[in-house]
Design a binder for this molecule. Structure first.
Ligand SMILES: Cc1cc2nc3c(=O)[nH]c(=O)nc-3n(C[C@H](O)[C@H](O)[C@H](O)COP(=O)(O)OP(=O)(O)OC[C@H]3O[C@@H](n4cnc5c(N)ncnc54)[C@H](O)[C@@H]3O)c2cc1C
Ligand SMILES: *[C@@H]1O[C@H](CO)[C@@H](O)[C@H](O)[C@H]1NC(C)=O
Ligand SMILES: *[C@@H]1O[C@H](CO)[C@@H](O)[C@H](O)[C@H]1NC(C)=O
Ligand SMILES: *[C@@H]1O[C@H](CO)[C@@H](O)[C@H](O)[C@H]1NC(C)=O
Ligand SMILES: *[C@@H]1O[C@H](CO)[C@@H](O)[C@H](O)[C@H]1NC(C)=O
Ligand SMILES: *[C@@H]1O[C@H](CO)[C@@H](O)[C@H](O)[C@H]1NC(C)=O
Length: 545
């Protein structure tokens, strides 16, 4: 391992020669690197840890690679960027990163697919220096068809998982989100909702084992971890508790042929009435039918500047066309679904179809970077009572006020109603008709303030129509407007402040997450601006209930 001896001094020389100012800090950095490579004479087979300093030529490309939200890429100056990128290719690399960060006072961020809408996997609002553990090279997937299970390393994307499952079996699938580039690290640890949600629940509901590196750098699995740690990482946001190395998931049966359809209706074509009606049936239909909505402002037709709202009804049916048409005639005849709106395909193909809106090569599911980077802001709500038509009309007026807004509505019901609110930290179960995601995407950075303000207005507009006490929000559409941690106010206040947003994501599961956090990471090493706070004042938990 002579290479190693040469490499370490090489990092340091580069680091120091580029910016003399950073040399002040290199003592600590030096120690961190020495800690990562303690024993250059080590002749074991463990591969060298790939570490990139800010002066490494590949640093910038790697840092930006999977980061989705330009809002968090354009502004950070070097002190807000990670000091080092660590790209583990072996579990021991993750362990070393945790141990050495803790030892030398560096924060640690972990990134899987980089789709965090608030950039928490790759930026820090704290002034504390941090390193980024990027799992891009830690993404093997092992599918076991006989057991109907898969081990998925945490750097894999859901597109890769779908592809690997479909490659092995035409009758197995997995219930997770629509966007193939979303990573399983964040997605599974926050819930994970897609077109199979009514039949099988969230991705997190399928997790049956996990490997996680804890704050001491130990690898735990279901056999060795506390029950409530295993509970917490399935929907409570794993980043508060450790670094997930891999998930073991149950795969679910799907028929060899499913039916997919996308139907567009504008306001002129009666979209308001259809959406109104949809609210009364979307969560009650047989579990084999999923009808999601996507609402945007478009020009009414190619030759007109006049604008309208277009609603796309995306339908997945676990059966054939004839059966779907019969069920739609019975339940939602107003939509007027026709045979030629429908296409029979494999479940695997349906994932491509819903994302690319046309049939495309399956290999696109493996493409980790098919989209250009955009500025984005998202919020979400749950609707428990159908919105009246006036509410929908008001909502359309909001869309006209900012035509870069997209609304995506995901119906619940079915399996979601059968799982208890406390089974995992994701609590949005019976009583919720649908989840409403609202999102604005833009490309001109100077518009940022305008769009952030607009999203607050839209959130206020929706207040009378959505869940209240608490007004619930889906963790995977993280929203820093709901509140932010401040560790300087003392533990009791930090807990009280966190409870405001924590209850929105987790309802009463928040309390249990705090207890788990206090047990497994009492020193709050795994922290962010919206991480679960530890609380050593147990009495306050019960006192406030
Ligand atoms: C374009 C787009 C489409 C989306 N579509 C859907 C959808 O259809 N359905 C849906 O439910 N959601 C959807 N989401 C939301 C998505 O589920 C969340 O943003 C999710 O957290 C992203 O996971 P990630 O691994 O890609 O993100 P990352 O940014 O890598 O991570 C997100 C969070 O998880 C933490 N984390 C990541 N890996 C680990 C790990 N190994 N151990 C511990 N913590 C970890 C990070 O530190 C960060 O806090 C979408 C988001 C985007 C941007
Ligand atoms: C950048 O870091 C990688 C991984 O540690 C290393 O292999 C490479 O030599 C470095 N490049 C430079 C120019 O230092
Ligand atoms: C860089 O970011 C840090 C941390 O947010 C901040 O304190 C500092 O003022 C910033 N520097 C510049 C030049 O923007
Ligand atoms: C992924 O699998 C390959 C082939 O079995 C193996 O060589 C590699 O070490 C694995 N990577 C990880 C991160 O486990
Ligand atoms: C929803 O609409 C947006 C904006 O038009 C589009 O980019 C996206 O692909 C649509 N999604 C679905 C599932 O139709
Ligand atoms: C397009 O819209 C304009 C204005 O609303 C209308 O006059 C025209 O008939 C429409 N064209 C088609 C093909 O629908």
């Amino acid at each position: 391992m002579g290479v190693l001896v040469l490499l370490i001094p090489c990092f340091l020389v580069l680091f120091c020669s580029s910016t003399p100012v950073s040399c002040v800090a290199t003592n600590g950095d030096d120690k961190f690197l020495k800690c990562l490579f303690p024993n250059p004479q080590d002749t074991s087979n463990i591969p060298l840890i790939p570490v990139y300093t800010q002066s490494n030529a590949s640093y910038s490309t790697l840092f930006r690679s999977s980061a989705r939200n330009r809002r968090y890429l354009s502004s950070p100056n070097n002190s807000r960027k990670p000091k080092f990128l660590v790209l583990p290719s072996h579990e021991s690399h993750v362990q070393a990163a945790v141990i050495c960060c803790k030892k030398h006072g560096l924060d640690l961020k972990v990134r899987s697919g980089g789709h965090d809408v608030e950039g928490l996997s790759y930026t820090s609002s704290d002034i504390d220096p941090f390193i980024l553990v990027d799992l891009i090279n830690y993404r093997n997937i092992t599918v076991n068809v006989e057991d109907r299970t898969a081990w998925v390393q945490a750097g894999a994307t859901i597109g890769e998982l779908y592809y690997r499952v479909g490659e092995k079996s035409s009758t197995l699938g997995f219930p997770a989100g629509f966007c193939p580039t979303v990573g399983v690290g964040g997605h599974f640890s926050g819930g994970g909702l897609g077109a199979l949600v009514r039949k099988y629940g969230a991705a997190a509901d399928q997790i049956i084992d996990a490997e996680i590196v804890n704050v001491e750098g130990k690898i735990l699995s279901i056999k060795t971890m506390r029950n409530d740690l295993f509970w917490a990482i399935r929907g409570g946001g794993a980043a508060s508790f450790g670094v997930v190395l891999s998930w073991k998931v149950k795969l679910v049966p799907v028929p060899p042929i499913v039916t997919a359809a996308m139907v567009e209706r504008t306001l002129e074509q009666g979209a308001t009435d259809l959406v109104h009606k949809w609210q009364f049936i979307a969560d009650r239909l047989p579990e084999d039918i999923y009808i999601g909505l996507n609402c945007t402002v478009v020009n009414s037709n190619a030759t007109s500047e006049r604008r309208t709202v277009r609603v796309i009804f995306s339908i997945l049916f676990l059966g054939n066309v004839d059966e779907l048409l019969r069920l739609m005639e019975e339940n939602f005849q107003e939509l007027g679904l026709q045979q030629n709106d429908c296409t029979e395909m494999s479940w695997l193909e349906s994932n491509i179809y819903f994302y690319y809106t046309v049939r495309s090569p399956l290999e696109l599911l493996l493409d980790r970077d098919p989209m250009s980077k955009i500025f984005t802001k998202a919020k979400s709500d749950h609707v428990m009572v159908p919105m009246p038509k006036e509410g929908l009309e008001g909502l359309w007026r909001m869309l006209f006020a900012n035509d870069k807004t997209v609304l995506k509505w995901t119906p619940y019901g079915g399996k979601m109603n059968e799982i208890s609110e406390s089974a995992i930290p994701f609590p949005h179960r019976i009583g919720n008709i649908y989840n409403i995601l609202y999102q604005v995407d833009w490309v001109d950075g100077s518009e940022t303030e305008k769009h952030l303000e607009f999203m607050k207005k839209l959130y206020n507009f929706l207040t009378p129509y959505v869940s209240m006490n608490p007004r619930t929000t889906y963790l995977n559409y993280l929203d820093l407007d709901l509140g932010q941690n401040d560790w300087n106010v003392g533990e009791v206040m930090a807990y009280r402040k966190a409870k405001v947003w924590g209850t929105k994501y987790f309802k009463s599961n928040f309390e249990r997450l705090v207890l788990v956090k206090t047990e497994v990471d009492p020193g709050n090493f795994f922290k962010s601006i919206q991480s679960i706070p530890p609380s050593h004042h147990c009495s306050q938990l019960t006192e406030e209930e």
